[in-house]
Design a binder for this molecule. Sequence first.
Ligand code: GUN
Length: 291
Amino acid sequence: MLVLDGKIAAAAVKASLQAQTAALAASGKRAPHLAAILVGNNGASETYVASKVKNCEETGFISSLIRLDEKVSEEILLETIQKLNNDNTVDGILVQLPLPKHISDQKVIEAIDPKKDVDGFHPVNVGKLVQGLETFIPATPYGIMLLLEHFNIDTKGKHAVVVGRSNIVGRPMSILLSSNVNKGNCTVTICHSHTPNIESFCKDADILVAALGKPGFITANMVKPGAVIIDVGITRVADATTKSGFRIKGDVAYNEVAAVASAITPVPGGVGLMTIAGLLKNTMQAYLQHA
Ligand code: GUN
């Protein structure tokens, strides 16, 4: 059984970007610059954004973190995005989701210049992804494709089952796995909350991507022996034995599923780290396209 270690694969991506950034510096060019906007104080979002900023710095990128109060108006947030759109020293913009209820996620996503949309959430970029055109691939599905590449997982002609149909993970993941690209060319099934007998679809998967946000949902009886398991879940569950009072749990019951799978991502230390690798690659791409 192969552990698809995100630390190893993400380190390889980062090392290559570090070398590229060092070469830019050696030729007198500035580094790529990511601007992240965080609204409010959601604990999980704080952790993710801090990690994105830290990884930018470790890669030699410039990062700006713009923090806005939980009660900030939608208008001020849209104005902040507009300023970043017009700032030639900023290559990539991301607004951490979820946003407070009084702000429309969709308006915010559509306010970001598609050329700086390193999350790949803007409808223009989603449209390009669907048509197989070059674009920013949403960071988590991109990271998963990079992970499959790093460990040279065979995908061509395989049955991939994606559980979850979110715009951030499930839907773009299903498009990539079915596309005629490296580590694509799968036959893809998407399962969601209205799918009857999810177990039977999962059991038929050669590659199973669990992205539904229900800790421990995928159990060994739902997995075909020898399947490749990608666990996207990162739910915080209470754990009095840890300093923080919680631990991160994936959508897959790791120990029992690892016993039947041929390869599996750990949580933490799997897909989460690859999401950041995908974001860093998108930021470099944005830089190269307009610098
Ligand atoms: N919230 C959960 N995942 C993501 C992501 O990939 N990007 C942003 N901006 N917010 C998220």
